[in-house]
Design a protein around this ligand. Structure first.
Ligand SMILES: [Zn+2]
Length: 583
């Protein structure tokens, strides 16, 4: 194991689990317990509960349970010993190890961190006081960074010299090179890794310095940014700049802003958004998401619009599914980065973050904005381009919601778009149904999903559905059986054979979709069907024309207002009456 048992017990006793958990989730007191949204599974109602006196937690939703050490291990993906060390350093406890080699590894790690701490401080003092840093100070002032910013982010200056840091810190050669601070050059002399650069120290989530990003001054030669090489304490794909400072606000605001650069992050903090982080000289990767989802499920990309538009959307959708996070995009004008905007128009930056849209909505908006929707040809081309963006999304329900928007904006029949989206498994008969959309069994997808939810989340879903929402006879029969029985078993027994078989199948499938999304989609579909029919009637009749047209107008408006709850309940009521009226 490594760490002496007695010390582990001391760490447990000295740790306040409520405080540790509070760095990842918001908790509130309920009687003797503390409760909050579980960090280990996605949920909307709090099933995570902490017993502060015992230092234990448990979740009714996913059965996660344990103490402060398990919590930290699970939430930050740490080894047992790492978690104990983190908690020990919080509590100011010096750990003893019973395994010599492991003890040495820990010792080496803490030597590297100590070296980094010394370097951060030394570079920082250089920036604040050294005469050679005058141009760096001038540059930072010109970017709007005053002394407070410099101190808050521990900015530094690496002098224009070969070995100033090495000489000043007098570190052993192996520590210097293992920390990535310097190396031995070909003439056998110490040389610093950074020279004539503004230094942005990078800390791990717990606040230990692990690396530097160095920015060159304008006009100087060399790459604009240089980052520390990877070391035993620094892995780029796992590290997020500023997470150590941002995490508290990330939890409070339930949102993290992901930027491209250090100066963007600092801009966000200065503009009043102290929940920004950046990747360090690498693209967002799998492990970044794994880290972020332990703090929040909502991720706002604050990238320049072109960068966001070109982001590899499929990978983001994949991460959304795998880590149950929502990726949104703050709409920044092309060529604007958050760092500049924070200085020139901080209010606009706040507004952009507040207006962040789902990645697919953002991409769709860009495509449609570029299309000429005034002409028939333009709309057709716009619809085609838009559908290629929509088709990238892996979730059929999500695709269908956006498909409806494209249909609306480009004034194309949604069923033709569905056909164009081309599910490869469609046989000829299904194809017929697509080109004759008014026939029954249109929209099997969302209806089936709604039934699946009705089977699995009966109490939450059944009462919100209505017979009128089901166009497919089989689905309707299954819903009737469910709605008129107290249990699933009873529903299966009372249903006719086809519906019973369907219910049985749904019972063993998993229901992942959000009920709100599904119900909204089913309702939208039913409303659309009614709209199609009414429009056909308006075309066919002249006597009832004006009255029908008013209804059509109301229906269109109501469909646009969805998922507004008032519009939704109004529509359900109208559909029920309308369906009844028509027999
Ligand atoms: Zn849970």
């Amino acid at each position: 194991m490594g760490i002496v048992e007695e010390d582990i017990a001391r760490v447990r006793a000295a740790t306040d689990l409520v405080e540790v958990a509070g760095e990842h989730i918001q908790t509130r007191r309920v009687g003797r317990r503390w409760v909050g949204l579980c960090p280990f599974h996605a949920e909307k109602t709090a099933s995570f509960s902490i017993n502060a006196e015992e230092g234990l937690y448990s979740c009714f939703g996913c059965q996660a349970k344990g103490d402060a050490i398990t919590f930290l291990r699970e939430v930050e993906h740490l080894e047992f010993a790492e978690a104990v060390e983190r908690l020990a350093s919080r509590a100011g406890i010096q750990l003893r190890y019973d395994d010599v080699r492991e003890g040495q590894d820990r010792k080496r790690r803490s030597r590297l961190i100590e070296a980094m701490e010394a370097a951060v401080e030394w570079y920082h003092q250089c920036l604040l006081t050294s005469p050679g840093a005058a141009s760096a100070r001038g540059y930072l002032r010109s970017r709007g960074y005053d002394g407070d910013v410099v101190r808050r982010f521990k900015l530094g200056w690496a002098p224009d010299d070969w070995d100033a840091l090495s000489r000043a810190l007098k570190l052993p050669t192996d520590v210097l090179s293992q920390a990535g601070l310097g190396f031995v050059n070909r003439r056998g002399r110490h040389q610093d890794s950074f020279r004539a650069r503004v230094m942005f120290p990078i800390f791990d989530a717990a606040g230990a310095p692990v690396a530097f990003g160095g920015r060159i001054l304008p006009g100087a030669e060399g790459p604009k940014y240089k980052n520390s090489q990877e070391t035993a304490i620094y892995a780029k794909r796992r590290t997020l700049y500023a997470l150590n400072w941002a995490k508290a606000d990330v939890v409070t605001a339930s949102e993290v802003i992901v930027c491209e650069g250090y100066t963007d992050v600092i801009g966000c903090f200065e503009a009043g958004l102290p929940r920004a982080v950046a990747t360090c000289g690498t693209a967002l990767a799998d492990e970044h998401f794994r880290t972020l989802k332990n703090f929040t499920r909502r991720i706002v990309l604050a990238y320049d619009a072109d960068a966001a538009g070109q982001a590899a959307a499929e990978r983001f959708y994949e991460w959304e599914q795998r880590y149950e996070v929502d990726v949104t995009v703050a709409p920044l004008a092309p060529g604007t980065d958050p760092g500049d905007l924070a200085r020139s128009d901080p209010v606009a930056l706040l507004a952009a973050v507040k207006d962040a849209k789902p990645l697919l909505a953002f991409r769709l908006e860009r495509v449609l904005a570029a299309a000429d929707l005034r002409t028939l040809e333009g709309r057709a081309r716009g619809a085609q381009a838009a559908m290629s963006v929509v088709s990238e999304h892996p979730d059929e329900l999500v695709r269908d919601q956006y498909l409806m928007q494209v249909a609306d904006r480009c004034r194309v029949d949604p069923d033709r778009l569905r056909a164009a989206l081309g599910a490869p498994s469609r046989d000829n008969r299904q194809w017929q149904q697509l080109v004759e959309p008014r026939r029954q069994s249109d929209g099997g997808g969302p209806e089936l999903e709604a039934l699946r939810l009705a089977v699995h989340k009966r109490d939450e879903v059944v009462h919100r559905l209505d017979e009128i929402l089901f166009a497919d006879d089989l689905h309707l029969a299954a819903f009737r059986a469910l709605a008129s029985s107290a249990t699933l078993r009873e529903a299966i027994d009372s249903a006719d054979p086809g519906a019973a078989e369907l219910l049985q199948r749904l019972a063993v499938e998993e229901a992942h979709a959000d009920p709100n999304d599904v119900l909204n989609l089913v309702l939208h579909r039913a409303g659309e069907r009614a709209l199609h029919q009414l429009e056909a009637e308006v075309r066919a009749s002249d006597k009832r024309g004006p009255e029908l047209s008013r209804t059509v107008g109301w229906l269109k408006l109501t469909l646009e207002r969805l998922p507004d709850p008032e519009a939704a309940s109004g529509l359900v009521a109208w559909l029920a009456q309308w369906g009844h009226h028509r027999g």
